[in-house]
Design a protein around this ligand. Sequence first.
Ligand code: PEP
Ligand code: MN
Length: 367
Amino acid sequence: MSDSRLSVLRDEIDSLNQDLLVLLQRRAELVLEIAKIKRAQGLDGYDPEREFEMLQGLMAAVTGAFEQAQVKEIFRSIFRASVDIQDRERRRSLRVLRRDLVPEGGIRVGDVAIGAGRPVLIAGPCAVETPEQMEEIASALARLPVAKVLRAGAFKPRTSPHAFQGLREEGLKLLREAADRHGLVTVTEVLDTSTLDVVAAHTDMLQIGARNMYNTELLKAVGRVGKPVLLKRGFMATIEELLLSAEYILCSGSDAVVLCERGIRTFEPATRNTLDIAAVPLLKGETSLPVIVDLSHALGRRDIVLPCARAALAAGADGLMIEVHPRPDEALSDGFQQLDLASFAVLVEALGFGVGKPRAEVEIGRE
Ligand code: PEP
Ligand code: MN
C-alpha cells in the first residue's frame, strides 16, 4: 500500500474519531437531560430494562467486521460511562457540598459558634447519672476560658440491653438544669423519632450517634426540628456516607449540621476504634460544615487523649469532644475512657485553652 493511500485512510480514521466524539458528547447531553426529567419525577436515572432493549436493537442491527460480542462490549462501556456522568452530576448538586452553607459566624448553639475559627470544646460525662455528678461537671466546665458545650447522654445506645440505658426524661431535665445554672449550652443524643420531641424540648443541640448515622427517617426528622445537629460518623461508615447522611438533614430543613469523626472499626485492638485523622481535612475539603473530633469514643482510653487532640486540631478540627466524669471509676458507662476533672483541666491547659496560654498549638495548620 502506497504511503499516500495510507495517509488518506488515516485521515479518514481521524475524521471518524472526531465524528464519534461529537456523537458521544451529544449522547451524553441527552443522557443528562433525560436524567433531569426523570429526577423531577422522582425516578432513578439508571434503567436496566431500557439498557437491555437498546442492546437488543443494536444486536439485531450488527453487520460488518465487529462481531455482536464486541459491539455489546463497546456499548456496555458507553452505558457505564453514562451512569458515571449522571452520578457526577447528581453529586455536584448536593447541598452538603455547597460552600455557602455555613455563615461566617459558624453554626450557633446558643452563644457558642462552631466553625467560626476558634476550636470549641464539647465535654461532659458519657451519661447523666445524678444531680451532683452533673453539678460538679457543669461548674468545672463553666470555669474554662473556652467556648464550650455540655454533653451528656440521657437516652443511651448500649451494646447490651442489660447495661445502663440512661435516665431518659429525668436525665434530660438534670442536664438542662445543670447547664442553666452555669450558663452552658447542651448537646445530647436522640435515639429515635418517638423520643425526638422530648429530647428537642430539653436541649440546644441534637446528637445523632454513630449507630444511627444510617437511620434515614431519624435524620429527616431531626432536620425538621430546626435545632443544630451533631452528626457522628458511623463506625463502619465511609466519608461519603457521612456526607450523604448530612445531606438528609440538610434537605429536611436544617443547615446547622456539625460533623463528628469518632473513630471507625478496624482490626487494631489497641484503641476502641481507629481515629481517622485523615477524615478531618478530607471532610473539610468537601464541605463547609464544621468538623469536630470525639477523642473519647475514638480511643476508648484516656492516656493518649492529649496527643490525639493535638493531632485533631492540627488537622483542622473545629472542636473536640471529650468525656469527663468526677469519678470515672464509678461511672455507669464508658468509665475506662472518661477523664477525671483534674486531668481534664490539665489537658485543656496543655492544649492552649487555659487562661493566658498561647493558642499557637491550637492554631497549627489553620491559616
Ligand atoms: C456518645 O457520644 O455518647 C456516643 C454513644 O457516641 P457514639 O455514638 O460515637 O458511639
Ligand atoms: Mn460514652
